[in-house]
Design a protein around this ligand. Structure first.
Ligand code: SDX
Length: 429
């Protein structure tokens, strides 16, 4: 193996440059020395949607898209889904190591005792119409939290950051449940500290008169789903968290930006879009016609829950979720839409259009079927993605703040607009 450098010859000038290669990358800034003359700004890279640009160095999550590998801090997602809990996984993602018993108990205690939200947040939620989308309500409520904890602006203070981490992880389920109760015209069910993180969320959601009995199978299924959604390296919403956080705004405002990004149907909104797509297809025998419409649409009609920027193989999370569906359906009854989903997958995985583009089921393809069977309304599905992902967003945000390479995010552009021109008064136009 030769030197870890790249030799570039600029054919415009005949000059050659030798750039260091580190971790399989060259520093974009090293290209600026490549000029055609003293007036030249120097070379930049052009990479819309950052399809081939590393925005940071990270030690949190590793994905191998070709092999379908996903590790949090080195631990395979399959082992964490099997043996861990969401809160323990959140600790791992945020702290880099699995907690000791004492660390785990302290962590769970701190989160359990931050689940209440200020009564004024209820007024924020009550200001929405009954049919407001819960992601819009969560976006607003989390942004509003920044005004209740002004000390959160001290983003360089580790102890202050830790308190906001407790609050955000603890309060997301409460806000989600309250948004649902608002839509249903039900009284808010307050947190119950005697229950687990997921058990408490289920009771805040579905408690009616009398004591709510948590079903252990559904409680565990939700916990596993939360583990699977906790982080996913530099996805769209994490990039929003890092980008907005780089201005040193408070973590609630940065999280609101991440929620806004996750809301989109190409990202976290896909699990909701999958259910709407399955409903629209309506029956197994209509699947071939839908697949045909997808292929002929030039990308306008997409098989939601399929495809991924990084995974060019089966999303390992989708495999786990698909397996888990049967356990949930034993309790809730089988979701009839599963037959349509299985038929879509069967046909797509053998169809040249999807095979050539390496389109496989992603995390969103089966998760919605489980959520629907657990009686969550379809529009709440992206919110169920946001709840666990806040741990990943916060870990990535803290890593950005601690990274000496990082500063306020401000990309360049390729300007193709008008040259300087003089204003023309209205009467002369
Ligand atoms: C998540 O980044 C992450 O890590 C995200 C996530 C996380 O945990 O944070 O994993 C969560 O967002 C999962 C993805 C959920 N989104 C969907 O399921 C929506 C449907 N899928 C897509 O729209 C799409 O696959 C993306 C957005 C996920 C990825 O898009 P890319 O990488 O930009 O790929 P592309 O749009 O350039 O598509 C490449 C080709 C195109 O066809 P051609 O132009 O080459 O002819 O594949 C086609 C696309 O039209 N294509 C699809 C398709 N996805 C891509 N065609 C049909 N159905 C699809 N789902």
């Amino acid at each position: 193996m030769g030197k870890d450098t790249l030799t570039i010859t600029d054919n415009r000038t005949g000059k050659t440059y030798e750039l260091p290669v580190e971790h399989g990358t060259i520093k974009a800034l090293d290209l600026r020395q490549i000029k055609t003359g003293p007036e030249d700004f120097g070379l930049m890279t052009y990479d819309p949607a950052y399809t081939n640009t590393a925005s940071c160095k990270s030690r949190i999550t590793f994905i191998d898209g070709d092999k379908g590998i996903l590790n949090y801090r080195g631990y395979p997602i399959e082992q964490l889904a099997e043996q861990s809990t969401h809160l323990e996984t959140a600790y791992l993602i945020l702290n880099g190591e699995l907690p000791s018993k004492q660390q785990h108990d302290e962590w769970v205690f701190n989160i359990t005792h931050h689940t209440m939200i200020h009564e004024n947040i209820k007024d924020v939620l009550d200001g929405f119409r009954y049919d407001a989308h819960p992601m819009g309500m969560m976006l607003a409520a989390v942004g509003a939290l920044s005004t209740f904890y002004p000390e959160a602006k001290q983003v360089r203070d580790k102890a202050v950051r830790r308190d906001q981490v407790f609050r955000l992880i603890a309060k997301m389920p409460t806000i989600a449940a309250f948004a649902y109760r608002h839509a249903m015209g039900l009284p808010y069910a307050y947190p119950d500290n005697d229950l687990s993180y997921c058990g408490n969320f289920l009771q805040m959601m579905f408690k009616t008169a009398g004591r709510y009995k948590v079903d252990p199978v559904l409680e565990r299924a939700l916990d596993v789903l939360f583990i699977l959604h906790a982080d996913h390296e530099q996805n769209c919403s994490t990039s929003a968290m890092r980008g907005v956080g780089s201005s040193e705004t408070d973590p609630y405002s940065a999280t609101a930006a991440a929620i806004a990004a996750l809301y989109g149907p190409l990202h976290g909104g896909a699990n909701e879009a999958v259910l709407r797509m399955l409903d629209e297809i309506g029956s197994k025998d209509k699947v071939p016609a839908f697949i045909k419409e997808c292929k002929e649409s030039g990308g306008d009609v997409r098989l939601m829950g399929f495809g991924h920027r990084v995974y060019k193989n089966y999303d390992p999370r989708a495999k786990i979720i698909k397996k888990m569906a049967d356990q949930v359906f034993e309790v809730t009854g089988r979701n009839p839409l599963l037959d349509i989903a299985l038929e879509l997958e069967r046909i797509a995985l053998s169809d040249e259009y999807f095979v050539k583009r390496k389109l496989y089921p992603n995390v969103d393809f089966y998760s919605g079927l489980i959520y629907q069977a657990m009686k969550f309304p379809v529009d709440l599905f992206p919110v169920l993605f946001a709840i666990p992902r806040v741990a990943g967003w916060l870990a990535q945000w803290e890593e950005m703040l601690e990274d000496k390479d990082q500063k306020i995010a401000r990309p360049r552009q390729v300007y193709l607009g008008h040259d300087r021109r003089d204003y023309v008064p209205l009467e002369s136009r």
